[in-house]
Design a protein around this ligand. Structure first.
Ligand code: NOJ
Length: 777
């Protein structure tokens, strides 16, 4: 075992010597360093670094341990590399290592960097800690459904703590891509369709990952991704390009990035897609004009994996050298895993196509981030503390609370839920009913903690009740998952026709025998996430058949969905009395679902997406513009002839076990000077019989101006807990921030002197309305 303590000590001594001659005198420690001190340290380092060492800092080396058959299957997806990772580090050819979670390997590599490389620059260890590390929290889309930034911050703080316990110091989150097309598999990784909610979630995640500032002990540096427009992929096809006009980019896609940057995120990941014909990872406009100039980002940009090399694959760069040149000049500081910088930048400098100043400019923010993180002083994790951090029971407790708070009750006819614990027998049916793996969702790549399946959760809740379980249906991807291949996950064997029929029959019999049926349907965890787009939002496999057969038994059925995107549940919405959206709730998912089903917790989540009725409705989002014949015109009810334009369930919607009434919507004033602000207040009352919390949501609309503005836009929300008969006045401030938008006419952010509508209520169809005017006198 490596002696971390004495090596840490040695590293500090070496570091003190390294910086003893820097102009600022005593080296500043990590995040406490002033801008000037950091600059001085960077300058001192750069002055001593060779070109190759600088290029090393610009290179992230992949550490996936691929078996020969995997490598063969993956072809040239990942670059061949004859040099060992240790040697890369030893020679100063790596600024960061990707995809290792092995604490011993991490420690070994960090020791090589700190003791055997000439410059002794610590490594960043990057990994996708997206919704937990050992303890898996609900997927990000679910976390957004909590509408609870504090919860989100706390969950990501736990994730950071667990990851940093094994030496990971960099996570590739938050993922803040706005997604309005549920076919896109990566909708699960973000906060859904709305820029305002997305910004709140982005901010909270950055605070959770990083703490108050870079270098907070037990935290990691974040990487907000994927910059930018990735969620706009045409047809919802992952990796496809998007054509996004500038006003849409700035008003819709960028606000969550801005929020993350303003919250101090240390790094940004450039996306894979072609944005308006220019790959995002070679897109100067995005990475320089927008990111650096307009959003004021000071950290460093890492490409998505292989994205620099793939500038050639896109048909953009001519060859690998051109790819390196265009990636670097566009503004990608670090090349993730493709080794394109490592292999090409030196000759580009030698041939004069790149200057040393350009290289230095690219390296500078990487060194700055490492200094601000305090990595030079504290490069190692405390291996002795790791196990107790990873198994801290408090983490599981928080995961259970998080899972409870993220579930959305979509339907509850005749208050079927909560179920009584005195029920005589329950059938827990469905292909996902007893899966500890699927309940965790995508990105549960690390050796996650033992998760609780729904069946286990229900059994634990009802120890004296007969609980039967049948799969009833089968779920398979038609085309295997790229991510599974990369991480060596083998596809499961599909059931044969007769087995499928047998399962279905068994499910119907189990339903007949039971008093109540809990039907768990949805998607496998690898059906959403990266490379997991679907052309159809229907329940996959033979689940619709299972659903209809079970409902036909006439037994009370509760449908619980485990999924990463809205699905076509229009039939269920008309035939199943209770529907609970549980998303992928993570390690404690089964317990949390049982808590909700049997009334030990309230379902309090609200949809972060508009829920389409059918696939043909996507993209679906509430903040669309008015048309020349709005739907509330009595002669024109839908923009489709076969389905209503409205979604099945609106954005912001979610039921609770109690009810709320809104009254007395008031504005502090009805005329506002530009730049001024007003107060909006509303009374909320719990009119039901149990306590519960409501998310009070504020929407605005600008009636006229230099551009058509969305019919409604979320501009405020507050979660309010109320006891039965409890009443509270909730207040919002509306001012310049809420009223400004990027005008395609002015090509700037403007607050216009116009009339505005305000609605406040429990979802995006809120009916209590007021209006005001912005006017210069
Ligand atoms: C590719 C994904 O697009 C990105 O989100 C992820 O962070 C990187 N791979 C690293 O795993």
């Amino acid at each position: 075992m490596i002696n971390t303590r004495s090596n840490t000590h040695r590293a500090i001594v070496v570091l003190l010597l390294t910086f003893a001659l820097s102009s600022s005198g005593t080296p500043a420690q990590g995040s406490s360093a002033s801008g000037e001190q950091v600059n001085a340290r960077v300058k001192a380092l750069l002055s001593r670094m060779s070109l190759q060492e600088k290029i090393g800092q610009l290179s992230q080396v992949g550490a996936l341990d691929l078996k020969p058959d995997q490598r063969k299957e993956l072809g040239d997806l990942l670059p061949e590399d004859s040099v060992s990772i240790e040697d890369h580090v030893r020679r100063g050819e790596a600024g960061s290592i990707l995809w290792t979670t092995d604490p011993v390997f991490i420690s070994t590599l960090q020791h090589v960097a700190m003791e055997e490389s000439r410059m002794k620059i610590p490594l960043l260890f990057g990994f996708d800690v997206i919704h937990g590390f050992r303890t898996i929290f609900p997927v990000p889309l679910a976390m957004a459904a909590s509408w609870d930034p504090d919860l989100v911050e706390n969950a990501q703080a736990v994730a950071a703590q667990e990851a940093s316990a094994v030496g990971i110091n960099w996570t590739f989150g938050p993922m803040v891509d706005i997604a309005r097309d549920a076919r896109w598999g990566r909708i699960v990784e973000g906060a859904g369709e709305d820029p305002f909610l997305g910004a709140a979630m982005a901010r909270a995640q950055v605070r959770g990952f990083q703490g108050q500032q870079l270098g907070t002990p037990g935290r990691v540096v974040g990487s907000v991704k994927h910059f930018a427009g990735y969620g706009g992929a045409e047809g919802g096809r992952d990796y496809d390009g998007a054509y996004i006009p500038e006003e849409h980019l700035r008003n819709v896609y960028l606000p969550p990035f801005k929020a993350a940057i303003d919250a101090g995120v240390g790094t940004v990941m450039s996306a894979y897609l072609d944005l308006n014909d220019v790959p995002a990872s070679g897109n100067r406009f995005l990475l320089r004009d927008v990111l650096r100039r307009d959003l004021g980002f000071k950290g460093f940009v890492v490409s998505d994996a292989m994205a620099v090399r793939d500038l050639q694959t896109h048909g953009f760069a001519r060859d690998p050298q051109d790819a390196a040149l265009r990636g670097l000049t566009a503004g990608v500081n670090m090349d993730m895993a493709s080794l394109t910088y490592l292999r090409n930048l030196e000759s580009l400098v030698q041939s004069g196509k790149l200057s040393m100043t350009q290289i230095d400019d690219a390296v500078r923010p990487i060194l700055e981030v490492k200094i601000r993180m305090g990595l030079f002083e504290h490069p190692y994790s405390d291996s002795a503390a790791a196990e107790s951090i990873l198994t801290d029971p408090e983490h599981r407790k928080l995961a259970r609370v998080a899972a409870q708070r993220t579930m959305v009750l979509l339907r509850n006819e005749n208050s079927l839920l909560p179920l009584k614990k005195t029920v005589a027998s329950v059938a827990v049916i469905g292909p996902l009913a007893d899966s500890e793996k699927e309940i965790q969702g995508s990105w549960g790549v690390e050796k996650a903690a033992q998760a609780v399946s729904v069946l286990e959760g229900v059994r634990a809740k009802l120890p004296h009740v007969r609980v039967e379980s049948v799969r009833g249906a089968d779920l398979q991807r038609k085309y295997p998952s790229l991510v599974d291949k990369v991480f060596g996950v083998k596809p499961t064997v599909p059931l044969a026709e007769d087995q499928l029929k047998n399962e279905l029959d068994k499910a119907v019999e189990a339903a007949r025998r039971a008093d109540t049926v809990v039907l768990i349907l949805g998607e496998l965890s690898n059906m959403s996430g990266e490379a997991a787009s679907r052309a159809s939002l229907d329940l996959p496999g033979n689940q619709q058949q299972l659903l209809e057969a079970v409902v036909a038994t006439g037994k009370p059925v509760v449908l619980v969905l485990l999924n990463g995107r809205p699905l076509n549940i229009s039939w269920a919405a008309g035939h199943v009395p209770a529907i609970l959206e549980a998303w992928y709730p993570g390690t404690e998912g089964g317990n949390a679902i049982a808590d909700i089903l049997f009334g030990d917790a309230n379902p309090e989540g609200k949809l972060p997406v508009s829920w389409p009725r059918t696939t043909g409705q996507v993209p679906t989002y509430y903040a669309h513009n008015l048309t020349h014949q709005p739907e509330d015109d009595k002669n024109f009810t839908s923009r489709y002839l076969d389905v209503p334009t409205s979604p099945l369930y609106p954005f912001g919607y979610g039921l609770c076990y109690t009810q709320f009434a809104f009254s007395k919507l008031q504005l502090s004033q009805t005329t506002l000077a530009p730049g001024g602000s007003l107060q909006v207040s509303i009374d909320v009352e719990n009119t039901g019989r149990s306590s519960g919390s409501e998310v009070v949501q504020l929407y605005i609309h600008q009636r006229a101006g230099s551009a058509s503005r969305p019919v409604r836009e979320l501009k405020g929300f507050q979660r309010t807990l109320l006891a039965p008969s409890g009443k509270k006045t909730v207040r919002f401030t509306v001012g310049k921030d809420e009223l400004s938008f990027w005008s395609p006419e002015a090509k700037a952010w403007v607050e216009e002197s116009e009339e505005y509508d305000v609605w406040v209520g429990g979802d995006s169809t809120a009916s209590l309305h007021a209006s005001f005017r912005v006017a210069a006198n």
